[in-house]
Design a binder for this molecule. Structure first.
Ligand SMILES: [Zn+2]
Length: 405
């Protein structure tokens, strides 16, 4: 089976190369923001005229880009296909927004730098050296050998360093699906996971010391003049702290998921992109409910990306390991009893406890929710899959259906 894989490496630009990345990033950001503004204006105009609006087509965008380049000649200095790729990415986000699959595309702020080279032939790689169009050779930290044929390359700035993400298409052997029981997972708003097996897992969170240090560094950055050397240095310290905390979290995520895909044939999770729209009493990741203690800066920003990352890693690891991943819409209320199905707010005497007023079933509230999620997922498989709105990342090699065990 063919799958896509990403391989990230740290780039080591020297001399003016980092500057060139900054400029290319800035031009791509400019194009993104310009077209997003253009679309929003067109949308508002169409709305006030009483009509609706379809997303702008790519040829139309491309035509405007040519005009824009004539007005802003420095756009010619950015590799042309990165700009075109940015337009395609923007259009993709726009289409997904119109289909209600994703949030509204957002403007990219200062410091956002990410651009993609869609044509791998334009980028040369030799040992641990890489050459992008309109730039000289530079080194990257080749921490491992990548496999497969290169499809595209993305350069981005994160945590104080430049990175390249190489997307390849690989041929992989899918192993037979692991033995074991299906597992449902409830992801809390906080740093925890509840499994339908009754296990509760807690992810590493920033320590109080790190939170304090983060506040100190953030304040120190904000006191310094924009563009100054001192501010850049302070930002570097802030980035190092953020990287340490996110790396720790990411590592734990990989460990948990590695174990999951070895020990279970089916994993059921909630499709959280939909949860953000339904807004449950539990709150969303971005806006935790009243019961959830909203910790300060560092932990908040960690959580924002953590849920998306969990899904992303789980998706590709389950495909690779022959595990079936089922994402169910999040209608499986936390007030429902996983034993008898009775649904009542009284079932939840507290945030952590679940006690059914009808049958007396008692469990940790999140484990109860995980059991509901599991049941919902297994109902989908029993019905032949696509009947419900659930999306399945099925293993194409395996055609047998599983029923609730
Ligand atoms: Zn019950």
């Amino acid at each position: 089976m063919e799958i896509f894989r990403r391989w990230n490496y740290r780039l080591e630009p020297v001399g003016s190369q980092a500057d060139q990345f900054v400029r290319t990033g800035r031009r791509n950001r400019y194009v993104w923001n310009y077209f997003l503004g253009y679309m929003e204006e067109a949308y508002l105009a169409a709305r006030s005229a009483g009509g609706s609006l379809a997303p702008i087509t790519y040829p139309e965008m491309s035509r405007i880009l040519t005009l824009l380049k004539a007005e802003q000649p420095d756009l010619y200095e950015a590799p042309a296909d990165t700009l075109q790729q940015t337009l395609m990415d923007l259009r993709e986000t726009q289409v997904r927004f119109f289909k209600k699959l994703a949030g509204r595309p957002r403007f990219r702020g200062y410091g956002h730098a990410r651009f993609r080279f869609p044509n791998p032939k334009q980028v040369l790689i030799e040992k641990d050296w890489i050459k992008f169009p309109k730039m000289g050779w530079l080194r990257f930290r080749k921490s491992r050998v990548f496999e497969g044929s290169v499809r595209s390359l993305t350069v981005f700035w994160e945590h104080g360093h430049w990175w390249v993400s190489i997307l390849t298409k690989c041929q992989v052997e899918i192993p037979p699906s692991p033995a074991g029981l299906p597992v449902g997972i409830d992801r809390g708003v906080s740093n925890s996971l509840a499994l339908s097996t009754g296990q509760l897992l807690h992810f590493p969170v920033p320590t109080d010391r790190e939170e304090r240090f983060h506040r100190f560094l953030a304040r120190s950055v904000s006191r310094k003049r924009k563009g100054s050397v001192r501010r850049t240095r302070a930002l570097g310290r802030l980035n190092r702290l953020r990287r340490r905390v996110t790396d720790r979290r990411r590592d734990a995520t990989h460990c948990v998921i590695n174990r999951l895909v070895r020990e279970t044939p089916v994993v059921v999770i909630e499709d959280l992109r939909l949860r953000n729209m339904t807004r449950s009493a539990k709150g969303t990741v971005a806006e935790p409910g009243r019961n959830v203690r909203a910790k300060s800066g560092l932990n908040r920003s960690l959580l924002k990306q953590a849920h998306g990352e969990f899904t992303q890693i789980l998706r590709y690891k389950s495909v690779r390991s022959g595990v079936e991943l089922i994402e169910v819409p999040p209608h499986y209320t936390s007030q429902q009893c996983s034993g008898c199905g009775h649904t009542a707010p009284e079932n939840r005497p507290s945030q952590a406890r679940f006690r059914c007023v009808s049958c007396g079933h008692e469990a940790h509230a999140d484990v109860n929710a995980a059991l509901n999620i599991l049941a919902a997922g297994l109902a989908v498989t029993a019905q032949g899959g696509t009947a419900l709105a659930a999306r399945r990342t099925a293993n194409p090699l395996k055609m047998t259906r599983r029923t609730a065990a």
